[in-house]
Design a protein around this ligand. Structure first.
Ligand code: FAD
Length: 400
């Protein structure tokens, strides 16, 4: 037997999941099985009907949000002083992964990030009295919000937004048009990014505001090929008081960036969990489906792509956990955050596509186990900074 190395022995890297997080995962898993699965199963006919009743599905998701908030999972990542549990980025990522891995459409409603309907940590940058006026109802899921940055003329190039906020008395007058805003249909309040200094723009000229729904007009719902249908928002002389500025005037972009890293860990965790779900489904099918007298998993053209998926998933896992660990340490891992968003959403889509191929015709069926997930993952490659934008950030990190 080779002698144990003595150099660096006390500095072994620790890849273990903290025990308290393992216990939390177990109780979250029990919640998902007990409360989410029966509801999700009861809605299968609705999901796959030609014209699903979106309000029925929204109401079911809202029931899950409320129950999850009562159990303390929904906004666990917020600090205890505002009703959360101070759950770490790693802990939150694990819950997001576990919810996604169930494959249940409603499961992701049980945990707020990366869903913009839940309370954003950006709200912690509000004056205490405004924060306390909104956060409790958002934490308990009685109210919901949205994050309104994108505009028809400004998506990837977010600093090109045209929405303006002009000083008016003790507040700000906001005019503009946002689109592709998730939960715009139902949000009680919006975080809105507007230009406050056209010269400076991203360098100190964009400000984030908290805007209650009585100050905006909802436009058309924008139906996508995934199950998430964002909508337009219009600000026609909307007015908010000075204390509704999030952070400082001109720091909107920087404030948003501060939470980008943890957000990327959560979206990576979602992609990871969905990929694990797809591989689980594909393995079960490869073992049970027979063709030419044997389980199809015995054909290497079926099993090798699934072996590739397993390797991809393990790479995704450690990228996500490592990013979460860096954020929890207080680092500012922007490059790693872009790598996670890029790698995990791209690889998860490939894993889902392989699973679909393994399932044959059933893979293509709308009510099959993978088709919906594949559409969702296709969306994740575009939203919150497309793959190309992440490649841009990564290549800049290479000095290119
Ligand atoms: C379902 C859904 C939900 C959404 N939810 C929200 C939300 O809640 N809040 C919100 O603010 N926004 C939201 N968005 C907007 C989303 O973040 C944008 O769609 C995304 O950032 C891309 O912007 P765009 O659609 O304007 O595409 P564009 O910016 O026009 O990009 C088009 C294509 O060009 C590529 N491209 C652009 N610039 C470059 C470059 N420099 N180098 C290489 N390639 C480039 C892009 O990668 C993309 O492939 C949502 C979008 C969808 C579809």
């Amino acid at each position: 037997m080779a002698p144990k190395p003595s150099l660096g022995q006390t500095e072994l890297m620790d890849f273990s999941i903290p025990e308290e997080l393992t216990a939390l995962r177990a109780s979250f898993a029990a919640f998902l099985e007990r409360e989410v699965r029966p509801l999700d199963e009861s809605l299968q006919t609705e999901y796959w009907s030609e014209h699903p009743d979106r309000e029925v599905i929204h109401d079911a998701a809202q029931r899950i949000r409320l129950r999850s908030a009562q159990e303390g999972f929904y906004a666990a990542y917020l600090p205890e002083e505002v009703g959360g549990q101070g759950l770490s980025t790693l802990g939150t990522a694990l819950l997001v992964e576990d919810a996604a891995r169930t494959g249940m459409r409603l499961a992701l409603a049980a945990i707020s990030p990366p869903n913009p309907a839940g309370p954003s940590p950006l709200l912690l940058r509000l004056p205490t009295h405004v924060r306390d006026a909104w956060l409790p109802a958002l934490v308990s899921a009685e109210k919901s919000m949205c994050f309104a940055l994108t505009e028809p003329e400004a998506g990837s190039d977010a600093q090109a937004i045209r929405t303006t906020a002009v000083k008016d008395g003790d507040g700000w007058r906001i005019n503009g048009h946002k689109h592709y805003i998730t939960n715009a249909e139902h949000a009680d309040v919006a975080i809105v990014f507007a230009v406050t200094d056209a010269e400076k723009r991203a360098a100190g000229g964009i400000t984030a505001f908290l805007v209650p729904s009585d100050q905006f007009r909802r436009g058309s719902v924008q139906y996508t090929h995934a199950d998430s249908h964002p909508a337009e928002l219009f600000f026609d002389d909307a007015w908010v008081a000075d204390d509704h500025v999030i952070g400082e005037v001109g720091t909107g972009f920087f404030t948003a960036m501060e939470f980008l890293n943890s957000g990327r860990a959560h979206i990576g965790a979602q992609a990871l969990g969905l990929a694990e779900y797809c591989l689980d489904v594909a393995i079960a099918h490869a073992q049970s489906r027979t063709a030419f007298g044997k389980p199809i998993g015995k054909f290497q053209s079926v099993s090798f792509p699934l072996a590739d998926s397993k390797a991809d998933i393990e790479a995704m896992r450690w990228l996500v956990y490592h990013l979460a660990w860096e954020v929890d340490r207080g680092d500012n891992p922007m490059l790693d955050a872009s790598i996670v968003k890029y790698y995990c959403t791209e690889k998860a889509y490939t894993v889902a596509d392989r699973a679909l191929q393994t399932l044959g015709g059933m893979g293509l069926l709308r009510e099959g186990p993978v088709e919906r997930v594949l559409r969702h993952l296709r969306m994740l490659r575009v939203v919150e900074g497309s793959t190309s934008i992440q490649q841009l950030v990564i290549s800049r990190g290479l000095g290119l």
